[in-house]
Design a protein around this ligand. Structure first.
Ligand SMILES: [Fe+2]
Ligand SMILES: [Fe+2]
Length: 236
Protein backbone atom coordinates (compact mmCIF):
# COMPACT_ATOMS: atom_id res chain seq x y z
CA UNK A 1 0.00 0.00 0.00
CA UNK A 2 1.44 3.41 -0.91
CA UNK A 3 1.62 6.21 1.67
CA UNK A 4 0.65 9.82 0.99
CA UNK A 5 3.76 11.96 0.30
CA UNK A 6 3.16 14.17 3.37
CA UNK A 7 3.03 11.16 5.68
CA UNK A 8 6.10 9.70 4.02
CA UNK A 9 8.11 12.90 4.34
CA UNK A 10 6.97 13.31 7.94
CA UNK A 11 8.12 9.78 8.75
CA UNK A 12 11.51 10.35 7.15
CA UNK A 13 11.87 13.63 9.08
CA UNK A 14 11.11 11.80 12.31
CA UNK A 15 13.69 9.15 11.36
CA UNK A 16 16.27 11.84 10.53
CA UNK A 17 15.74 13.56 13.83
CA UNK A 18 16.37 10.27 15.61
CA UNK A 19 13.29 10.65 17.77
CA UNK A 20 13.18 7.89 20.41
CA UNK A 21 9.46 7.13 20.09
CA UNK A 22 8.24 5.26 17.04
CA UNK A 23 7.04 7.24 14.08
CA UNK A 24 3.47 6.06 14.54
CA UNK A 25 3.59 7.25 18.20
CA UNK A 26 4.66 10.63 16.93
CA UNK A 27 1.89 10.71 14.34
CA UNK A 28 -0.68 9.78 16.96
CA UNK A 29 0.57 12.56 19.24
CA UNK A 30 0.49 15.25 16.55
CA UNK A 31 -2.46 17.65 16.91
CA UNK A 32 -5.30 16.71 14.61
CA UNK A 33 -6.26 19.35 12.06
CA UNK A 34 -9.47 21.11 13.09
CA UNK A 35 -10.73 22.67 9.96
CA UNK A 36 -13.96 24.09 11.44
CA UNK A 37 -13.05 25.47 14.87
CA UNK A 38 -10.91 28.60 15.21
CA UNK A 39 -7.36 28.28 16.60
CA UNK A 40 -6.79 29.40 20.19
CA UNK A 41 -6.45 33.17 20.67
CA UNK A 42 -2.99 34.67 21.06
CA UNK A 43 -2.54 35.15 24.81
CA UNK A 44 -1.19 38.31 26.46
CA UNK A 45 2.45 37.27 26.88
CA UNK A 46 2.59 35.52 23.50
CA UNK A 47 1.31 38.79 22.06
CA UNK A 48 4.13 40.78 23.70
CA UNK A 49 6.72 38.20 22.62
CA UNK A 50 5.67 38.21 18.98
CA UNK A 51 5.85 42.01 19.11
CA UNK A 52 9.48 41.50 20.18
CA UNK A 53 9.82 39.51 16.96
CA UNK A 54 8.86 42.58 14.92
CA UNK A 55 11.25 44.71 16.99
CA UNK A 56 14.11 42.20 16.54
CA UNK A 57 13.57 42.21 12.80
CA UNK A 58 13.68 46.02 12.85
CA UNK A 59 16.99 45.69 14.72
CA UNK A 60 18.30 43.52 11.85
CA UNK A 61 17.43 46.40 9.55
CA UNK A 62 19.18 48.83 11.91
CA UNK A 63 22.30 46.64 12.01
CA UNK A 64 22.50 46.35 8.23
CA UNK A 65 22.13 50.13 7.87
CA UNK A 66 24.81 50.71 10.53
CA UNK A 67 27.14 48.40 8.58
CA UNK A 68 26.55 50.33 5.34
CA UNK A 69 27.01 53.70 7.04
CA UNK A 70 30.32 52.42 8.38
CA UNK A 71 31.72 51.70 4.92
CA UNK A 72 32.31 55.01 3.08
CA UNK A 73 31.82 53.49 -0.38
CA UNK A 74 28.25 52.38 0.33
CA UNK A 75 25.29 54.67 -0.25
CA UNK A 76 23.35 55.63 2.89
CA UNK A 77 19.86 54.04 2.65
CA UNK A 78 18.21 57.12 4.16
CA UNK A 79 14.61 56.32 3.17
CA UNK A 80 14.77 52.81 4.60
CA UNK A 81 16.31 54.19 7.77
CA UNK A 82 13.57 56.81 8.18
CA UNK A 83 10.86 54.18 7.66
CA UNK A 84 12.52 51.73 10.06
CA UNK A 85 12.91 54.41 12.74
CA UNK A 86 9.28 55.47 12.33
CA UNK A 87 8.20 51.84 12.64
CA UNK A 88 10.26 51.51 15.83
CA UNK A 89 8.60 54.63 17.18
CA UNK A 90 5.04 53.74 16.20
CA UNK A 91 5.08 50.02 16.92
CA UNK A 92 7.98 49.53 19.37
CA UNK A 93 7.74 52.65 21.50
CA UNK A 94 4.24 54.09 21.23
CA UNK A 95 2.51 50.72 21.24
CA UNK A 96 4.61 47.84 22.64
CA UNK A 97 6.54 49.75 25.31
CA UNK A 98 3.43 51.72 26.23
CA UNK A 99 1.60 48.45 26.86
CA UNK A 100 4.44 47.31 29.10
CA UNK A 101 4.45 50.62 30.96
CA UNK A 102 0.71 50.72 31.53
CA UNK A 103 -0.29 47.05 31.84
CA UNK A 104 2.79 45.04 32.81
CA UNK A 105 5.26 47.02 34.92
CA UNK A 106 2.75 48.62 37.36
CA UNK A 107 1.16 45.24 38.19
CA UNK A 108 4.53 43.68 38.98
CA UNK A 109 5.64 46.66 41.06
CA UNK A 110 2.33 46.61 42.94
CA UNK A 111 2.85 42.92 43.66
CA UNK A 112 6.36 43.74 44.99
CA UNK A 113 8.07 41.81 42.17
CA UNK A 114 10.92 42.50 39.74
CA UNK A 115 11.15 46.11 40.88
CA UNK A 116 14.84 46.61 40.10
CA UNK A 117 14.41 45.01 36.69
CA UNK A 118 11.43 47.23 35.93
CA UNK A 119 13.50 50.30 36.82
CA UNK A 120 16.25 49.33 34.34
CA UNK A 121 13.70 48.49 31.65
CA UNK A 122 12.06 51.91 32.08
CA UNK A 123 15.43 53.65 31.82
CA UNK A 124 16.12 51.72 28.63
CA UNK A 125 12.76 52.67 27.12
CA UNK A 126 13.66 56.32 27.79
CA UNK A 127 17.19 55.92 26.37
CA UNK A 128 15.80 54.26 23.25
CA UNK A 129 13.26 57.04 22.69
CA UNK A 130 16.05 59.62 22.88
CA UNK A 131 18.03 57.76 20.22
CA UNK A 132 14.96 57.44 17.99
CA UNK A 133 14.27 61.16 18.33
CA UNK A 134 17.86 62.02 17.48
CA UNK A 135 17.97 59.73 14.41
CA UNK A 136 14.71 61.19 13.10
CA UNK A 137 16.08 64.72 13.57
CA UNK A 138 19.37 63.89 11.80
CA UNK A 139 17.64 62.24 8.85
CA UNK A 140 15.02 64.95 8.30
CA UNK A 141 17.19 67.23 6.13
CA UNK A 142 17.44 66.93 2.35
CA UNK A 143 21.15 66.10 2.41
CA UNK A 144 20.90 63.79 5.38
CA UNK A 145 23.84 61.46 5.86
CA UNK A 146 25.91 62.74 2.96
CA UNK A 147 28.75 63.83 5.26
CA UNK A 148 31.01 61.45 7.24
CA UNK A 149 30.23 62.90 10.67
CA UNK A 150 26.47 62.40 10.76
CA UNK A 151 26.94 59.00 9.07
CA UNK A 152 29.26 57.87 11.84
CA UNK A 153 27.04 59.35 14.55
CA UNK A 154 23.89 57.61 13.28
CA UNK A 155 25.76 54.32 12.74
CA UNK A 156 26.84 54.47 16.38
CA UNK A 157 23.30 55.26 17.58
CA UNK A 158 21.82 52.36 15.60
CA UNK A 159 24.40 50.00 17.09
CA UNK A 160 23.81 51.35 20.60
CA UNK A 161 20.06 50.90 20.21
CA UNK A 162 20.43 47.33 19.00
CA UNK A 163 23.03 46.44 21.65
CA UNK A 164 20.61 47.67 24.32
CA UNK A 165 17.37 46.24 22.93
CA UNK A 166 18.53 42.65 22.34
CA UNK A 167 19.27 41.96 26.03
CA UNK A 168 16.28 44.13 27.02
CA UNK A 169 13.79 42.00 25.06
CA UNK A 170 15.54 38.75 26.01
CA UNK A 171 15.21 39.61 29.72
CA UNK A 172 11.56 40.51 29.31
CA UNK A 173 10.85 37.25 27.46
CA UNK A 174 12.59 35.04 30.00
CA UNK A 175 12.12 36.79 33.36
CA UNK A 176 9.58 39.62 33.28
CA UNK A 177 6.78 38.05 31.23
CA UNK A 178 6.82 34.71 33.10
CA UNK A 179 6.62 36.63 36.42
CA UNK A 180 3.80 38.75 34.99
CA UNK A 181 1.87 35.70 33.81
CA UNK A 182 2.11 34.15 37.28
CA UNK A 183 0.06 37.07 38.67
CA UNK A 184 -3.14 35.82 36.96
CA UNK A 185 -5.41 32.83 37.02
CA UNK A 186 -6.52 31.34 33.70
CA UNK A 187 -9.73 33.38 33.42
CA UNK A 188 -8.08 36.71 34.25
CA UNK A 189 -5.25 35.95 31.85
CA UNK A 190 -7.69 35.24 29.03
CA UNK A 191 -9.51 38.51 29.71
CA UNK A 192 -6.20 40.37 29.70
CA UNK A 193 -5.33 38.87 26.29
CA UNK A 194 -8.66 40.11 24.96
CA UNK A 195 -7.95 43.59 26.33
CA UNK A 196 -4.52 43.64 24.71
CA UNK A 197 -6.15 42.68 21.44
CA UNK A 198 -8.70 45.50 21.72
CA UNK A 199 -5.94 47.95 22.57
CA UNK A 200 -3.96 46.81 19.54
CA UNK A 201 -6.93 47.43 17.27
CA UNK A 202 -7.53 50.83 18.83
CA UNK A 203 -3.94 52.05 18.51
CA UNK A 204 -2.77 50.33 15.33
CA UNK A 205 -5.94 49.42 13.43
CA UNK A 206 -7.58 46.02 12.99
CA UNK A 207 -4.48 44.37 11.46
CA UNK A 208 -1.83 46.17 13.49
CA UNK A 209 0.52 43.23 13.94
CA UNK A 210 0.11 41.94 10.38
CA UNK A 211 0.72 45.40 8.91
CA UNK A 212 3.87 45.91 11.01
CA UNK A 213 5.06 42.47 9.88
CA UNK A 214 4.52 43.39 6.23
CA UNK A 215 6.31 46.67 6.75
CA UNK A 216 9.38 45.17 8.37
CA UNK A 217 9.56 42.46 5.66
CA UNK A 218 9.45 45.18 3.02
CA UNK A 219 12.35 47.01 4.74
CA UNK A 220 14.36 43.76 4.86
CA UNK A 221 13.68 43.24 1.15
CA UNK A 222 14.79 46.80 0.36
CA UNK A 223 18.15 46.00 1.97
CA UNK A 224 18.43 42.48 0.50
CA UNK A 225 18.34 40.77 3.91
CA UNK A 226 14.88 39.19 3.71
CA UNK A 227 15.88 35.65 2.71
CA UNK A 228 16.34 33.72 5.94
CA UNK A 229 18.73 31.23 4.31
CA UNK A 230 21.33 33.98 3.84
CA UNK A 231 21.96 33.80 7.61
CA UNK A 232 22.88 30.09 7.49
CA UNK A 233 26.68 29.64 7.62
CA UNK A 234 28.07 28.04 4.47
CA UNK A 235 29.71 24.66 4.95
CA UNK A 236 33.41 24.85 5.79
FE1 LIG B 1 10.47 46.88 27.33
FE1 LIG C 1 9.27 44.55 25.40
Amino acid sequence: MSEAPSRRSFLSTVALLGVGATASDALAAAPKPQSKSKPAEVNATEDLMREHGIIRRTLLVYEEIARRLGSPDEKAPVEVLVQATRLMRRFGENYHEKTEETEVFPRLVKAGQQQELVQVLLEQHAAGRKITESILATTSGRDALTKPEPRAAVAMQLTQFSDMYRPHAAREDTVLFPAFRDLFDAKQFKELGERFEEQEHKLLGSHGFENALKEVAQLERALGIFELARFTPSEQ
